[in-house]
Design a protein around this ligand. Structure first.
Ligand SMILES: NC(=O)c1ccc[n+]([C@@H]2O[C@H](COP(=O)([O-])OP(=O)(O)OC[C@H]3O[C@@H](n4cnc5c(N)ncnc54)[C@H](O)[C@@H]3O)[C@@H](O)[C@H]2O)c1
Length: 255
């Protein structure tokens, strides 16, 4: 359905850092924030997809910048956030969106696999925010938006590490909101439902599964990455200036 043409003037010219912005939902967010006149930085491991997303924003007021980084590497992540802040001239919004929704049978989950999953699906949301804090504070009205998932409430098999991380994102959101509220930094979570990105269609979601999911939603259309843009802009904008520590489910009314 997309996010329409809503305009959030307070976001114009502000710095927005989006992890995992090279593809999927992240790429739609990059385009959505760039269309608001934001200065956007993408932090992503995928240089090729990142460059394509930047190229797709050629019409934007500010061309997004790309920092190629493996977010599992905390030191490299800090450096990438600092470089992004310099290139943007500040950061007012952080969107922790990067993830790796791998599936693995319970018997095949090793300690290394567990650590790797949480190392991309949970840990960077804290350390990216930590590294961005000086600029979030300077902005006077920072916003952090963490991507969780309704999946952790669905008793799904074969992705215990991913689901643990996505539940952890809610706890992290509330903990950071409590700490950062006095600096007027708001921290909220978005829980998408089934969003039919190219990756989802290629790897995990058959046409039948998509239809069955849609049948259980109140709204009878399959969600796309663009459907996440409006809720994210809303949580970044001062229009939601009294909203913090909340979880916003965007799932077409599945729950
Ligand atoms: N697509 C869905 O149906 C759905 C449903 C619920 C929640 N979500 C959540 O929404 C967010 C976006 O989902 P998506 O489907 O667009 O994901 P995706 O897998 O399509 O994209 C994730 C992005 O993160 C990047 N990334 C992965 N590992 C990285 C690493 N180590 N370092 C740096 N970047 C890395 C990838 O290159 C990619 O650009 C995620 O947090 C996901 O958990 C998605």
């Amino acid at each position: 359905m997309g996010s329409g043409q809503a305009c959030f003037p307070d976001l114009n010219d502000t710095g927005v850092l989006i992890t995992g912005g090279a593809s999927g939902i992240g790429a739609a967010l990059v385009k959505g924030f760039a269309a608001q006149g934001c200065r956007v930085a993408i932090l992503d491991i995928d240089a090729k997809a990142g460059a394509a997303t930047v190229a797709g924003c050629a019409e934007a007021k500010h061309t997004p910048v790309l920092e190629v980084v493996d977010l599992r590497d905390a030191a490299a992540t800090r450096t990438a956030v600092e470089r992004a802040a310099e290139r943007l001239g500040g950061i007012k919004t952080v969107v922790n969106n990067a993830a790796w929704d791998d599936r693995r049978d319970i018997e095949a989950v090793t300690p290394d696999y567990w650590d790797m999953s949480l190392g991309i699906n949970l840990r960077p949301a804290f350390f990216v925010t930590q590294a961005a804090l000086p600029w979030l504070k300077l902005s006077g009205s920072g916003a952090v938006i963490n991507f969780s998932s309704v999946a952790f409430m669905m008793n799904l098999p074969d992705m215990p590490a991913y689901l643990t991380a996505k539940a952890g994102i809610i706890g992290l959101t509330k903990g950071l909101a409590g700490k950062l509220g006095p600096d007027n930094i708001r921290v909220n979570a978005i829980l998408p439902g089934m969003v039919l990105t190219e990756r989802q269609k290629q790897l995990w979601v058959s046409d039948e599964a998509a239809e069955a999911h849609k049948a259980r939603q109140c709204l009878k259309f399959s969600l796309t990455a663009e459907d996440m843009v409006g809720p994210c802009l809303f949580l970044a904008s001062s229009i939601s200036g009294a909203v913090s520590a909340q979880s916003l489910i965007v799932d077409g009314g599945y729950f």
